[in-house]
Design a binder for this molecule. Structure first.
Ligand code: SF4
Length: 334
């Protein structure tokens, strides 16, 4: 077998003498965004300030490693508020929650902290503003995603409809096309969303909405950095979770460019058979994936190949969000 010594079992990393060269293009920005940093810091500081346990409704961010790290520190993750006992703090995840959730928490006198990303909260305020003007709202997003559930839950039932595809945008029949607005999920594909918005603007020229969309800076920058490296790579590894919308979008963006892209949660998920014959590998990470997991993937590559790393930075990020006042008026860093 070429490149493998006699006595090496299939699946073992080749020894140092037989390592093939591999150039790794490292997309930048990648990984944690300011909203994710803030949400994790809210859980950590709440644990420090109020002690164990602290309850968190839904995965604070969509990453198993992050959730397990916080569980080890004393966080308990639940899906519903009725699983939270009296007398302990509860935190709402970065994705946002429907309005009835904080209302229920208040009714039960629970002490709650809202880790909703400020950029998601901004979309919530947009939805409320349109509703105040009596506009029906079209939300561009993915059914069942917690952010979509949270955003739809900001205004009364029946005032908001979901559009998931260009086909949906072509066929939706609003009651009053002249009193209409659109908003979007923050973690969508820029290109797909632009197509859907173009259809809505063509069909409903009086529709209100943001200038472009509500896709956040972190989603935008991570997709741009994938677009910068994907044409140069034979394979792209996206470190992220299957339920992470922005990670899935990074895979799609690369595939549209013609690059073979794979989502991996940890190094152990890598299908080495796809990498063994290539010379240029791209690596990026979704906004909820910590850098330690990127380092783990790079280390696994270095075990097998003679790796040369090239950092490809398309933009520097300096976004910071403040923590809730009760935890100290300090900025969480991106
Ligand atoms: S991906 Fe964007 S909207 Fe989501 S938490 Fe990060 S900054 Fe906020």
């Amino acid at each position: 077998m070429p490149g493998v010594d006699a006595g090496t079992t299939v699946g073992d990393p080749p020894d140092v003498m037989t390592k093939r060269p591999l150039t790794v293009l490292l997309a930048n920005p990648r990984g944690f965004c300011a909203g994710v940093e803030r949400a994790i810091e809210i859980v950590e500081r709440t644990l420090e300030k109020f002690g164990r346990p602290v309850y968190v409704r839904h995965e604070i961010v969509h990453n198993r490693y992050v959730v397990e790290s916080l569980e080890a520190k004393g966080a308990i993750f639940v899906e519903e508020l009725n699983e939270v006992p009296e007398g302990v703090p509860v935190i709402f995840s970065a994705h946002g929650v429907p309005k009835h959730i904080p209302a229920e928490a208040s009714a039960r006198n629970l002490f709650f902290l809202d880790a909703t990303c400020p950029l998601v909260s901004k979309v919530h305020r947009e939805a409320e503003r349109h509703a105040r003007f009596g506009r029906r709202i079209i939300l561009i997003g993915h059914a069942g995603h917690p952010e979509v559930i949270g955003t739809m839950g900001q205004i009364p039932d029946g005032m908001i409809a979901l559009v998931e595809s260009v086909e949906d945008a072509e066929t939706i029949q609003p009651a009053d096309p002249d009193r209409l607005a659109f908003i979007t999920q923050t973690t969508l594909s820029l290109d797909d969303t632009a197509e859907m918005i173009a259809v809505l603007r063509r069909r409903f020229p009086n529709i209100h909405g943001p200038k472009k969309e509500d896709i956040c800076y972190a989603t935008t920058n991570r997709q741009e950095s994938v677009k910068a490296i994907a044409p140069e790579c034979e394979v792209l590894l996206v470190v992220g979770a299957p339920n992470s919308s922005n990670s899935q979008r990074l895979v799609e963006v690369a595939r549209k460019i013609g690059c073979k892209a794979m989502l991996v949660q940890r190094a152990q998920d890598i299908d080495w058979s796809c990498i063994d014959g290539i010379s240029r590998l791209g690596i990026t990470a979704g906004a909820s994936a910590p850098e330690v997991l990127v380092e783990e993937v790079i280390a696994a590559c270095q075990e097998r190949y003679e790796v040369t790393i090239k950092d490809v930075t398309v933009r520097k990020e300096h976004v910071q969000f403040k923590l809730p006042r009760v935890l100290g008026d300090m900025a969480a860093s991106a």
